[in-house]
Design a protein around this ligand. Sequence first.
Ligand SMILES: [Zn+2]
Length: 98
Amino acid sequence: MVRGGLPTRDRLQQKWVPCTDLCPHCETTYENEWHLFISCTKAREVWLRADLWEVVRSLTATAVGFVELIFSALTTLEGERKQDFVMIYIMVFMETAE
Ligand SMILES: [Zn+2]
């Protein structure tokens, strides 16, 4: 679920699926995992509403890539904040995988 399983637009194009590479949420840049979960304005709105944006933003300062960021979040967060983070991650994943 974390390691390259998400059918983002950039990954679909690498597999020759005919589609645009633009993010379907903001339509401003190509969609990859980092954009979908972190840098997209829509993603930021979700993290802000869950009161997790500062955590996610601070993790982006040290994470080398998307997978490392997810694992850092899972080892850093505790309790309800970890549950919220996982639920948001799963919801975004399921929506994109449809
Ligand atoms: Zn976007």
